[in-house]
Ligand binder design. Structure first.
Ligand code: NAG
Ligand code: NAG
Ligand code: NAG
Length: 171
């Protein structure tokens, strides 16, 4: 399922029963890295993909995201946490939109709009802990093994705009 299909099916499947989970989607698939995600928002599925899909992640990655806004996003904050064996090993919070920013075209969009964004995003993931050699890898962090990543977007009222549980597996 591509990401627009996921977003469109989110419109038609607007309400899931409580026990049901959204389907697992592929976020990226490469020769040495695979990533999957599931929306953890009870009300909508989201479309998400990243490029390139190598275990050495560059500082800037191409992101595609599709989601329906159920609230305005004058302010948008990303909270990201990385887990290994349900232990939180790393987390950060990053302000993506504020009222004066025009960096991302979707900043300031209103409730009811469907966001489709495709473009470069700078992630400060140079600090994901790796097994040794962290300093040398700061510029191009190498993912080793398996990580669970929780990703949440909040607006100015701390309303959850999107929520995703990701699993990244490198081999
Ligand atoms: C997402 O992950 C959190 C903890 O990281 C967990 O509590 C929650 O049940 C997960 N949700 C889904 C839909 O997998
Ligand atoms: C990721 O989460 C899944 C399901 O919650 C769990 O089975 C798996 O062990 C976790 N993996 C890591 C590396 O934490
Ligand atoms: C996002 O993360 C920051 C820093 O870890 C934390 O203070 C804040 O409460 C988090 N926001 C939400 C809505 O969980």
């Amino acid at each position: 399922m591509d990401i627009l299909t996921a977003a469109v099916s989110a419109l038609s499947l607007f309400c899931l029963s409580e026990s049901k989970e959204w389907p697992m989607h592929t976020i990226c698939s490469g020769p040495n890295l695979e990533g999957y995600y599931r929306s953890c928002d009870p009300l909508q599925d989201i479309g998400l993909s990243i490029e390139p899909c190598f275990k050495t992640l560059p500082e800037v990655v191409q992101i595609k995201i599709a989601l329906l806004l159920r609230r305005d996003i004058k302010w948008l904050t990303l909270n990201l946490s990385v887990f290994i064996q349900s232990l939180k090993v790393f987390s950060f919070s990053h302000l993506i939109c504020e009222p004066t920013s025009t960096f991302y075209t979707f900043c300031g969009r209103r409730k009811g709009e469907l966001i489709y964004f495709e473009g470069p995003v700078k992630f400060g993931i140079g600090t994901i802990p790796t097994e040794g050699g962290e300093r040398e890898r700061e510029k191009d962090p190498t993912l080793e093994g398996e990580y669970n990543v929780s990703l949440e977007l909040f607006n100015e009222d701390n309303y959850n705009i999107a929520c995703g549980n990701l699993t990244l597996v490198s081999h």
